[in-house]
Design a protein around this ligand. Structure first.
Ligand code: P6P
Length: 327
C-alpha cells in the first residue's frame, strides 16, 4: 500500500501556522506570535478544567458578582486567573481589560500590547453542559514605552485591533482568530494536546436562513426589530439560540445567519459588551466577509467611553445584517 495512504498528514499545527504567517504582522518582532501561543496554552488548561467540571468542585456560582453585576461562576474566576497568568508572564502585554475585573490591570511592564478578554462567556451554561467560549481582542499600546498606561491605550476603537479571536469549548474545542489577513480555525486534538488547522480561510455566506435572538424578550424590542422577526418567520427561517454567544456566532459563521441582541426596556444598550465581546466578533466577521453593527453604525467604528459599556449587537451574514438595519 502507498505509504501516503498509511501515514495520513496530521495537518498544520497552530504554532507552525503562526510562524509561517508571522511576516504578515506589521512591525513584527515575534511578540504577537508569542502572545497567540500563550492564549492557546491558557485555553488548553481551561479546556481541561471545563471537560471535567462535573467531576470536581468547580461548578456553580461563588457568591460574588462581576463588573456587570452578573453572578460569577467558579469557572469564570478560574478562567480569568488562567488567562491573566498566561498573558502577564510573557511580558508582551502591558494592560489587561477583563469582564471579571472592575478596572483594567496595569501589568507594569514594557509590553507593546493591550488585551481585552472575556475569559469565559456563557458561563451560566457550564452547569448544564452547554458550549461556552473565550473571546479576546489585541491592541497595540499607544503610549510610549516607559510612560504610564493611559486612557488612549485602554479605550481604543475596534478598528484599532491587531488581532482578535475566540475559543469555543464545544463538542470539539476550536480556536478561531484573525490578524487582519482572513480568518482561520484550529481544532484541538486532545490526544496530542495541539491545535491543528481545520478551517482555513473562513468565509461567512453572504446570506443565511438562521436567526439567533432571545425571543422571550420580544415585548421589549423596538417596532423595527419586531417587524424583522416577523419577516424571518414569513421567510420560514430557522430559529437557533443556544444562549452562548460564541456557539451561536460560530454556527452562523459556518452556515450563514444572524445573531441579534437588541436594546430592551431593561437594558437600553442591550446586554453585550463592546470591549471584550462585540469588537472581537465584529473584526472576525468583517474579515470573513460579514457585518457587525449596533443597528446604526459599524461596531468597529464606535469610540468606547467606558471599559464595560454595552451595545446593541447585530452580527453575521452581510445581507441579513443589512436587512435588519433597513427595518
Ligand atoms: P440572554 C451569556 O451570558 C451571554 O453573554 C451570551 O453568551 C449569550 O448569547 C447571551 O448572554 C444570552 O443572554 O439574555 O438571552 O440569556
Amino acid at each position: 500500500m502507498e505509504t501516503s495512504r498509511i501515514a495520513l498528514p496530521i495537518g498544520t499545527a497552530l504554532d507552525r501556522f503562526i510562524k509561517n504567517n508571522q511576516d504578515q504582522f506589521q512591525y513584527t518582532t515575534g511578540e504577537l506570535s508569542q502572545l497567540l501561543r500563550d492564549i492557546a496554552l491558557a485555553s488548553k488548561v481551561v479546556n481541561r478544567e471545563i471537560n471535567k467540571a462535573g467531576l470536581i468542585d468547580i461548578m456553580g456560582a461563588i457568591g460574588s458578582q462581576n463588573s456587570g453585576g452578573e453572578q460569577q461562576q467558579k469557572l469564570d474566576v478560574l478562567a480569568n486567573i488562567r488567562f491573566t497568568r498566561a498573558l502577564s508572564k510573557g511580558g508582551e502585554v502591558c494592560a489587561l481589560i477583563s469582564e471579571e475585573t472592575e478596572s483594567y490591570v496595569d501589568l507594569n511592564n514594557e509590553g507593546k500590547y493591550v488585551i481585552a478578554i472575556d475569559p469565559l462567556d456563557g458561563s451560566s451554561n457550564i452547569d448544564v453542559n452547554v458550549s461556552i467560549g473565550t473571546i479576546f481582542s489585541i491592541y497595540r499600546r499607544k503610549s510610549k514605552i516607559g510612560q504610564p498606561i493611559s486612557e488612549q491605550d485602554i479605550l481604543q476603537k475596534g478598528e484599532e485591533q491587531v488581532a482578535a479571536g475566540y475559543i469555543l469549548y464545544g463538542s470539539s474545542t476550536m480556536l478561531v482568530y484573525t490578524t487582519g489577513h482572513g480568518v482561520n480555525g484550529f481544532t484541538h486534538e486532545p490526544s496530542l494536546g495541539e491545535y491543528f488547522l481545520s478551517h482555513p480561510d473562513m468565509i461567512i455566506p453572504q446570506d443565511g436562513k438562521i436567526y439567533s435572538i432571545n425571543e422571550g424578550l420580544s415585548n421589549s424590542f423596538s417596532p423595527g426589530i419586531k417587524k424583522y422577526l416577523q419577516y424571518c418567520k414569513d421567510q420560514n427561517y430557522t430559529a437557533r439560540y443556544i444562549g452562548s454567544l460564541i456557539a451561536d456566532f460560530h454556527r452562523n459563521l459556518l452556515k450563514g445567519g444572524i445573531y441579534l441582541y437588541p436594546a430592551t426596556s431593561k437594558d437600553s444598550n442591550g446586554k453585550l459588551r463592546l470591549m471584550y465581546e462585540c469588537n472581537a466578533l465584529a473584526f472576525i466577521v468583517e474579515q470573513a466577509g460579514g457585518k457587525g453593527t449596533n443597528g446604526k453604525e459599524r461596531i468597529l467604528a464606535i469610540q468606547p467611553t467606558s471599559l464595560h459599556q454595552r451595545t446593541p449587537f447585530y452580527v453575521g451574514s452581510w445581507n441579513m445584517v443589512d436587512k435588519v438595519e433597513n427595518f
